[in-house]
Design a binder for this molecule. Sequence first.
Ligand SMILES: C[S@@+](CC[C@H](N)C(=O)[O-])C[C@H]1O[C@@H](n2cnc3c(N)ncnc32)[C@H](O)[C@@H]1O
Length: 141
Amino acid sequence: MIDYRKLEPTAYNATKVPGNVWYFPRVRYRMDEYEEHPSQKPEALLDRIIRASSNPGDLVLDPFAGTFTTGAVAKRLGRRFVGIERERKYIKIGVRRLKLRRELDGELLAAPEKSHVRRNGPSAARAEADGGPRDGDAGAS
Ligand SMILES: C[S@@+](CC[C@H](N)C(=O)[O-])C[C@H]1O[C@@H](n2cnc3c(N)ncnc32)[C@H](O)[C@@H]1O
């Protein structure tokens, strides 16, 4: 990677600047963060992108929000979030994931029952620390 801001283009210090290819494990069924979406992105990926491109309090927009991975990470990092998603089933997952409401369209928003789950993973600990969603905290839009 070349830093073209320098008077003479110079190679970046590779220990400080991420390379062109980023490696993150894909989201697997057994992971705490798994939701029922065919192309769910890893939270670690969004964590890096959001930290690198925004500050706490900033507004993060994801116009193809899916299960709101971007929103979940943005919220954890103290950013505000606007998500746009056309599939109602993914919006419901996102609303539950961001703890906005307990129900939508008369349906209780519950995490998928999994036959295998890591009960001591980081998101399990986070969920316990956060407490559950509170009805009326915020509306979904
Ligand atoms: C790659 S997925 C996003 C996955 C998301 N990052 C996650 O981790 O769950 C793209 C999403 O964009 C949605 N989408 C595609 N076209 C759209 C449109 N025109 N308006 C709103 N959402 C759209 C799809 O339904 C799909 O859920």
